[in-house]
Structure formats: C-alpha cells, structure tokens
Design a protein around this ligand. Structure first.
Ligand code: UT7
Length: 335
C-alpha cells in the first residue's frame, strides 16, 4: 500500500500528531430504554450504537477540545506556543461568542495562533482540514491544530426516541505540519446543499429566534432531524465524495488502506461501503462505543484507528463526512 503521488505542491499538510478525549460518564442503550420507549435491540440493529459518552454540566465544548488538543500536541511533540492556527469545528460552541477556539487558545497559551470556529456540523473536521491544507501548501503557515469538539447531548431532546438514541459527546484533534516528503493531504473535496437545511437543524438561539424572545415552540432548543431523508442523502453523498477522491487521485480500492467515515449510523456507513465495493476491513467503525459525535467523530475514529495500528507509513486513507447544511466532504491523506 504505497502509491506516491508526486506531482503537486511543494509543501503538503502532514498530520504529525493526534489525540481524542471523551467524558467519563456513559449512557447505555438499556439506560435509554428506561427514559423512552426503545430497546437495546432496536438501537443496536438500526444504528449500531451501544453506548455513548455524556458530558456533565461542568464539562463544556472548550474543555473537551482542550483535552484532545493537549494529547495531539504531545503526540506531535509540538509546543503550543509555536502554534500558528487553531480551528475548532463545532456546532455546540462554548457560547455565542467569542469562539470556542479563543478558549482553547487561552487554555493552551498558544499566543501566536490565529483562531476561529468552523460551523459545518458533522463535516466540520473535514472542512477544517481542507482549509489548513491551503494555508500549509501555500507556505503561509508551518503548522495548525484542527479540533472537532461537540456536546450534542446538551441540545438533545431526551423525550424524542428517534433522535436521543443517536448522539454522544467528545473531541478529537490533529496537529498538521508543513513537509515536502510526499506525505500529507493529497486532495480535499467539499460540497453543500442549503436547500435541505431543514433535514437537520437546531433553530434557537440565533438571530432568527434570539434568546431574549420567547420561542413559539419550546422544542426549537433541541436538534430536529428528518431521519429518513438524512439517511438517504448521507449514503448518496458519501459515495459521491469517496468516488470523487478516487477519480481525482487515480486510486483503486486496492490503493486505499482505510476509509474513516463520520460515524452517524453503522447502516449508513455499511450501505455506502457496499456501493463503493469496499471490503469490511477497509471501513473503520467505532460508533458502538461513542454514538454520533458530529464534528468530533472523524478525529476520534482516526485516533482510535491509528492506535489500533490499522494505519501505517505510506498508507492512503480517506476521511469522509456528511451532516447538517447539508454539508459533506472528504480528504485523501497519505501517511
Ligand atoms: O450525522 C447526521 C445526523 N444523523 C441523522 O440524522 C440520523 C440519520 N438517520 C438514521 O440514522 C435513521 O433514519 C434513524 C436511526 C434515525 C431511524 O431509523 P429508521 O430505520 O430510518 O427508522 P424509521 O424512522 O423509519 O422508524 C421505523 C420505526 C417507526 O415506527 P413505525 O412508524 O414503523 O411504527 C418509529 O416510530 O421505528 C420507530 N422508532 C423506534 N422504535 C424503537 C423510531 N425510533 C425508535 C426507537 N426505538 N428509538
């Protein structure tokens, strides 16, 4: 598994460190069955989720993000003081403003870094990598930190059995550094379909429904999902994004070591993998232990996949994600 793609920019964005963090508290399917009319059997067969990690009131998105970031920095052996860019991909930020990235910068004392949040929902992390790719390839920055961090359980309607079974909290982070040895992000493809914004949303408290005004429907503080529509779109768009990556980079299935998808539902991932003719061993699944952690899901899965020694030097890996927006995208990375 070593297909060097040599023609390209002088510099590439290389992942040199990774880390993840999830809260200690967990909620099993049996716990949920005591809260809503559901069962371990239904949740397992329809989604693949067995247990999810849940934040306590004191555990916030910036806290999770900072813990994951510290692990990624330690792994990369990079001093936070030398960081040049911090992007936090999240739709459950610390507060309306300032950005969650500001809190991470403060916690890390990464005084030199440009910082901002990126709201592309479950695709936030892959969108973030595509931005860093530009900054590192152009030579503008030497390094960057991309974090996917979410506390979706804080906007979960625990009385809605269709949605409350799906989500969990967590954070994953990667350090990227500029190198010119052939490794790195080879290609990114991002897409969106704003016409379908209603398929997945949480409407309070933005400018349309500000916190100072009473809501016409109190449920607007929670995530709303049109499960079937999301399901169908997700399978279609994941297949499209991975196919685009393979065509653009001239890759066959044999060239790909692993596809790390956003973990939204095991059936969605398996269905997309089947259409792509990907063998099971090339599709990483860890949704059973975490549920859907939105922007945190790909970096948590990647961290775990790497620590299980399923990725080695020279391997080509595809990250792919899909979520609210609708927004989806993929990155091709050579390790
Ligand atoms: O990252 C993007 C965010 N993720 C998503 O938006 C999720 C994408 N969608 C999905 O994962 C799936 O559509 C769900 C897991 C949400 C639902 O699975 P499904 O196979 O599409 O089920 P369904 O909505 O068609 O519902 C089938 C039945 C319904 O009952 P009836 O009408 O057939 O009697 C539901 O009321 O299952 C019922 N149901 C449940 N039963 C037990 C729905 N939720 C539950 C539940 N436990 N938790």
């Amino acid at each position: 598994m070593n297909k060097p793609i040599n023609d390209g920019p002088t510099y590439r964005a290389v992942i040199t460190g990774h880390g993840s963090f999830v809260p200690a508290k967990t909620l099993t399917n049996d716990d949920l069955a005591k809260m809503v009319d559901t069962s371990d059997e239904w949740i397992t067969t329809r989604t693949g989720v067995k247990v999810r990690h849940i934040t306590t009131d004191n555990e916030t998105t910036a806290f999770l993000a900072t813990q994951a970031a510290k692990r990624a920095l330690a792994d990369a052996n990079l001093d936070a003081a030398d960081l040049e860019l911090i992007i936090v991909a999240t739709i459950t930020p610390e507060m309306v403003f300032p950005s969650t990235a500001s809190f991470v910068q403060r916690a890390l004392q990464a005084k030199k870094a440009w910082v901002f949040d990126l709201a592309a929902a479950c695709s936030g992390f892959v969108y973030g990598l595509s931005i860093v790719q530009q900054f590192l390839e152009s030579g503008r920055f030497k390094n960057a930190l991309v974090i996917g961090a979410e506390t979706l359980t804080k906007i979960t309607d625990w009385s809605n059995r269709t949605s409350c079974i799906l989500f969990g909290d967590g954070a994953g982070a990667v350090v990227l550094e500029r190198h010119n040895d052939g490794r790195g992000i080879l290609y990114s493809t991002m897409s969106a379909d704003g016409d379908r914004w209603e398929a997945l949303n949480c409407q309070a408290y933005g400018s349309r429904y500000p916190a100072a005004k009473e809501l016409d429907d109190p449920k607007k503080i929670y995530m709303e999902i049109k499960g079937r529509e999301v399901y169908q779109q997700a399978v279609r768009r994941i297949v499209e994004a991975v196919t685009d990556c393979m065509n653009h980079c001239g890759l066959s299935i044999d060239d790909i070591a692993m596809v790390i998808s956003h973990q939204m539902n095991a059936r969605i991932i398996e269905s997309a993998a089947k259409r792509l003719k990907l063998p099971d061993e090339k599709v990483f699944l860890n949704i059973a232990e975490y549920g859907n952690t939105s922007a945190a899901s790909v970096p948590i899965a990647f961290d775990e996949c790497f620590r299980q020694s399923k990725i080695k030097r020279g391997d080509i890996v595809i990250f792919v994600a899909f979520g609210a927006g609708l927004a989806w995208g993929a990155n091709v990375i050579q390790f």
